[in-house]
Ligand binder design. Sequence first.
Ligand code: F6R
Length: 611
Amino acid sequence: MCGIIGYVGNRNALPILIEGLKRLEYRGYDSAGVAVLNSGKIILQKSAGRISALEHVISEFGPDKLNARAGIAHTRWATHGAPNDINAHPHASGDGSIAVVHNGIIENYSALRTYLKQKGVSFTSDTDTETIAHLIALHYKDNLEAAVRAALQDVQGTYGIVAVCAKEPGTLVAARNGSPLIIGVGRDEYVIASDAAAILEHTSQVIYMEDNEIARITADGFRTTTLDAVPVTKDVEEVEWTLDQIELGGHEYFMEKEIFEQPKVLETCLRGRLDLRDHCIHLGGIVDCARELVRAQRVVLTGCGTAWHAALVGEYLLEDLARIPAETDYASEFRYRNPIIDAGTVVIVVSQSGETSDTLAALQEAKQRGAMVLGVVNVVGSSIARETDHGIYLHVGPETGVASTKAFTGQVTVLTLLTLYLARRRHMSQRSMNNYVTALGRIPGQIDAILEQNASVRTIAERYMDQNNWLYLGRGYNYPVALEGALKLKEISYIHAEGLPAAEMKHGPIALIHEGMPVVFIATKGTQYGKIISNVEEVRSRGGHVIAVATEGDRDIAELAEHVIYVPDTLEPLQPLLTTIPLQLLAFHAAVARGCNVDKPRNLAKSVTVE
Ligand code: F6R
């Protein structure tokens, strides 16, 4: 949610900043801007719309006249103020000598605005960020770092900021509180960004800034201190992602790429963890807390959106297979409802980005109440990964498509591994374990087989793309899959869709069903197969068109459904890993057919770092 990049070094800063913005565009894409330090002045350009619109503005301005060695840039997802040219970042002080980019929310911005107005400051935008630029200018004497430090004493809220000053043309000053910033360390140059994706092209050596830290960066080096000016020594770490992982690699959309790479990335997720020879599970991230986990009296899983759906699958797995009482809570609700958490409760926090603000707050709440907190996170070094007591990374590589796909299957895979590990330590027989381990090992290949049906799923999506209401129904392990399928469709195609436990349909939503309405049933063979077939009949008899996701070889369902998408047979608790795939494809093709920008759906941005 919003992307920041800053550069200081010996190369021309402008193209580096623009390329960096393109890598960050999935973080926010309603407006963008750049400020570079050129001949003792700050040159600032911004524009509503995509980065391409900003490039257009810059091309008219004549970028070849500039040869700046430092600058900052931003791509925005609006919080305060409409998405237009004026509200785009960077924001500058009245005399144009200070410019700042900001992620986060300044909570006391209204009071600061009043205070600054009393001091004679006039505002040009409706944003909270502009107050920071004016505050820094107010405190500036001859040292940008000192001015930023002083300004932040007055600020309440969350921020990741990078500031520049016309009088110190080779210096960037960055500060973090609740919004990530990573400093990429190159040779005689530094790239600072809110996300490693913007840095990888230049270096894989990074420093993660922590909350309440300030960094002063020049081409010759950097210095980090706390907000109270206590020096902090930082370790340089290696980012494990590679550049090709954040490129489209021949696909038109990142979402498509990420759907199709699931077999490969899930193999990586399982590697070294799923032991097919000895039929056991190794999870390095929980070695130090295994005893506590095995003895947990209760598990609470939390996350948002797709991660919440994965957590719900986790709840079903933990209760069914490990026999540990488990419940799933929306991270956004968790801390506001006085949850019962004690030392016997383990809280599992599920997040792709590791930066979702509600999830981070739930984590902090759980820790404060004395729970052991375990992270199931994709982004290494992210805030959630750093704040949890223990964790298991997904290792599915960077997810750039705004609609989460491979992260969901990665989260479910990790929660399955964890459940099996705990189940075996608690009571599961080795014989059962053998079956689960073997079945889990087959999942990547089975996903490959489902992906081969891409063309026929596209045909179904194209047939129903004009229908504005869809239902997704599933039972047991496939209920969270129904929720996830519906979410995918709505977020990228703007079709209204609802996911429900199939039996709940009779208690109200059945009234929605009309002739030709698409109803997606996840109706694989399992304990509740007979029941879901009855629900299929109920929909059919009211004229609904059934699209069934069914187990290979099930000919009976083909008699009832308009369309059947087959998935290979597997053990029932592993079915979500397979049944999700056709629903991802269905949503993707429906959105493409409707002419939607799949990777940049309206109003959305990857990683929601505001409450
Ligand atoms: C949906 C989607 C969101 C995220 C949610 C949590 O496709 O991507 O619902 O799942 O915002 O994000 P993370 O997992 O980064 O905490």
